[in-house]
Design a protein around this ligand. Sequence first.
Ligand code: SF4
Ligand code: SF4
Length: 301
Amino acid sequence: MSKKGLIFNIQRFSLHDGPGIRTTIFFKGCPSSCLWCQNPEGLSSSKELFQSNAKCIGCHTCLENCPEGAISFDGPEPVNDRSICKLCMSCADNCPTGALEAIGKEMTIKEITNEVLKDRIIFEESGGGITLSGGEPLQQLDFVIDLLKAMKELNINTAVETSGYVSIEALKKVSTWTDLFLYDLKLLNPEKCKEYTGISSKPVIDNFKYLAQNGSQLVVRMPLIPGINDHHDHLRLMADTLKENGINELELIPYHNIGAHKYRGLNMDYQLQELEPPSKNQMAAVREAFLSEGISTTSEV
Ligand code: SF4
Ligand code: SF4
């Protein structure tokens, strides 16, 4: 049994991660690097230090508690020399305001189960359950399988949100314990997919076909990124791929940038700073384009 998973958030009362009211567990680590990612704290498979300067009161407690001498001040807020920082999290543990925060917590199955069971009655009344998300949860495959098994022993509904960029063997193992896959199809063209997400679309499409043709429950989701995957040829290719595999519904997730501030907190670059979310008219046009190809869409914000 895999003893601990690295988790960056457990979100109770989720309404958009599968049926009913759900608890969503976010796993750290992702093979993709989608330019539009709004959960950048899920990309790295290691713990990270997050810095919110707006919360900093300039008390220098972090400076005093850093055993590596990685923190200095040349203004009101700390500067972390990441080439020295050992991610021990002593600064975050001692920061009185939460301006420094450790992202990623190692958790056992029992610890996660205890969180999940707080909402068991809500799951039963709403038809909900748990959803594993990320990052890419299947990066932590052994732990995920153990967690899904534990949930099934408790008769709790399980959903897995995946990029599909995993081995077919991993997917087969996980599908035994998964009631529903929330499957992301972003860009089907292999070169474009590589350019904007860092991965090839081929295994993603192959795995989608496997799940669709082998009776797995699937909700296919497509983030709609203006100027990147909303052109007509791509919408038609997406519709054809869905129809060829017996799927006639698609969940559209309009691009947003409400997580852009997280890039600053993680000292990362956000390349789509200037990109605006799709307008109502753009969304309507895309929905109409899919409908004309025989695909109905829902839209989650
Ligand atoms: S301990 Fe926290 S609040 Fe104090 S200076 Fe450091 S980051 Fe700012
Ligand atoms: S995580 Fe540890 S090493 Fe890094 S800055 Fe904080 S206290 Fe120093």
